[in-house]
Design a protein around this ligand. Sequence first.
Ligand code: SR1
Ligand code: MG
Length: 436
Amino acid sequence: MTSQLRQSGGPAQHEYRILRDADLRGYLAELRAVATQLGGPPEDWSVSEVGDGNLNLVFIVRGTKGGIAVKQALPYVRLVGESWPLPLSRSHYEYLALVHQAALAPGLVPAVLHHDEALALIAMELLEPHIIMRKGLISGVCYPRFVDHITTFLARTLFLSSDLAVPAAQKKEGIAAFAGNHALCKITEDLIFTEPYFQAAQNRWTSPWLDATAIAFREDFDLHVAISRLKLKFMARPEALIHGDLHTGSIMATEDETKVIDPEFAFYGPMGFDLGAVIGNLIMSYLASAGHEHSAGERRSFEQWVLDAIENLWAEFSRKFVELWRGEAKGDAYPKTLFAGQAGAARLEAERQAYMDRLFRDTVEFSAAKIIRRILGLAHNIDFEWIEDPRLRATCEARSLRLARAMMLQTREFRTIGAVTIAARALRDWQPDFGG
Ligand code: SR1
Ligand code: MG
């Protein structure tokens, strides 16, 4: 992208530096297409840093004609500081993922306007009036088009990058293209699949209420086996190009539109990890809702919407995925020659159902892992963090941990998505015994 723009009058190659205000303005002024989109003289552009994520800087730049968003990777983890270095190459993988996702699921990711690998910078479409979906959910906003959009995104990006859809050589090239993103995978391997289950220095939880639960999770070898099996699935199953961090903070939404952002954790991994991220985060939104009530029951219709969304999400995803499989199976998996005739077609259809059942079990387990890490690990969710009363927060978190532990250890009891929502509903008003 940089070299193409340079040929058409873009800037010369830059050394990495953190771009701030005037520097960013000057840099963008050299990009003809971007400057035209902004409009007016660069001195009049407004620049504000709005990033509230764990890793990067995000600037909103506005000119007389329009605005753009600029994301720049820092050489360290923003949440922790310079003591935790992180490769800038994640910006390259994010750019690559955005381009792939735009091709596979048009209209569901922000348009990329410019990428500069050396500066670890991506300029993209400003999403307005979209807000981070997690913030909308905390305020009790329902998103009527969300399930349709996110299931299209998931079914298309996962199916169309898998061995079901692409020839083996192309799939392996895809794996290779993202293999260098291992530092971001390592964050996930540590923060989701390891640290919440031992006394890692950076863990935190709502103390003292969850102290006993945190200790119990650290001493529970059934759980340690389950999370270790899941970690291995994450590490060793390159099923499809996954987003890698698809929580509700990676989604920007209005009532009518949904855009998936921030795929810097993208790599070829297990499909259930993305599905589990969305469902696990919706479960947390549901079980955190009681903590945001001003009067008992005022958020019931919102909560019902979240439960319906969880159920519809799996149903719609699996319908769309199987439909793609029936119509666009151009990959080398399940060779047509092995499923000839009517009997072969029937057997393949049954196998599709078995495949979806396995994927559902993965999804349930990954959802559970996503919940546990946000309550006992380093990086927490504002769904819980914004509950001011710590005892109430701990109550919502304890309900979520109880559900997550069951989903992780008794996965076979959660045969349908309805079983998950029934269990969540049963825990909505459960009162944990905090002792004392
Ligand atoms: C140190 S990074 C912590 C978390 O932020 C990202 O959003 C990922 O979820 C990561 O695990
Ligand atoms: Mg992110």
